[in-house]
Design a protein around this ligand. Structure first.
Ligand SMILES: [Zn+2]
Ligand SMILES: [Zn+2]
Length: 273
């Protein structure tokens, strides 16, 4: 599985050198992620199974970060490792950030709380110490720092959630908003969460962000029917959608997200964010 994904990464690198460095970083992240997952003995996120149905009906994600105290020692170490990977590749700022997280000048828990943004709006203050590019990268790596643990929750409870009728545009596991999704069998649109790797079915006739049903549109690029942008003219947000049904290959949406950076640029140019 990982081997196939790394092959896909190499393929996209040759097709699209612009995102080569980011794809290289992703390749290294995927290896570290698997390593982390193999080592998990005591999962950080525990789920009270008696509450699942109620939460799903009420639109509450399974993991409520604001409600609990979690042992973030391992995710913090993973986060520092991720920053160092990024440092070796391109980003000059991340070494400094890794140092600040290590010595406590930057509070890892605050960064992580900020990452659960749909549930919790705290944690903005430390951002002032960083420039804009670093913030994007730090957010991305903060998401990833929780991924191995959250993915375990998604694997364990995914089936129950799929049959629970979850109808929200944010992730039922961790509350994160999606950036990319895919079309699967029978025109079903699935949204993907980067923070936990979960995918859930979501009606194509509603905006995942504001719920509007009247102002939706989509466009494709240069006749490439595999990729499209679903946009909402009410809230001006967008989501990237891939459709690989005809190739029958298993799609890795972490990889697709980076390989479709040109779609993000297009969306920004058209006034969506
Ligand atoms: Zn999630
Ligand atoms: Zn909308």
């Amino acid at each position: 599985m990982l081997k196939d994904t790394l092959k896909t990464i190499e393929y996209y690198k040759s097709m699209n050198p612009i995102c080569g460095e980011l794809l290289d970083i992703l390749g290294e992240i995927l290896i570290l992620r698997e390593e982390y997952q193999r080592k998990i003995k005591d999962p950080i996120f525990q789920v009270d199974e008696t509450l699942i149905t109620g939460k799903m009906v009420g639109g509450l994600p399974l993991i409520d970060f604001s409600a609990g105290k979690f042992d973030l020692k391992e995710p913090k170490q993973y986060f520092i490792k991720l920053l160092k990977v990024a440092e070796e590749r391109v980003f000059g700022e991340t070494k400094e950030i890794a140092r600040m997280v290590e010595n406590g000048t930057l509070d890892f828990e605050k960064i992580v709380r900020h990452s659960f943004s749909t549930l919790d709006e705290t944690g903005g203050e430390q951002d002032n110490k960083l420039d804009d590019d670093s913030i994007d990268l730090v957010e991305l790596l903060a998401e990833e720092s929780l991924r191995p643990e959250l993915e375990r929750v998604a694997e364990k409870y995914g089936e129950i959630i799929n049959s629970s009728g979850w109808s929200q545009g944010y992730c039922p596991i961790c509350g994160k908003e999606p950036k990319i999704g895919e079309i699967k069998e029978e025109e079903q649109r699935y949204l993907f969460c980067h923070q936990c790797g979960f995918e859930w079915s979501f009606t194509p006739i509603r905006c995942p962000f504001c719920g509007d049903e009247e102002s939706l549109a989509y466009f494709t690029v240069e006749g490439n029917e595999k990729y499209r942008l679903d946009v909402c003219n009410m809230c001006k947000r967008y989501i990237k959608i891939v459709d690989f049904r005809d190739t029958r290959t298993k799609v890795n949406l972490d990889v697709e997200d980076i390989a479709t950076l040109h779609l993000d640029i297009l969306a920004y140019e058209e006034g969506y964010d």
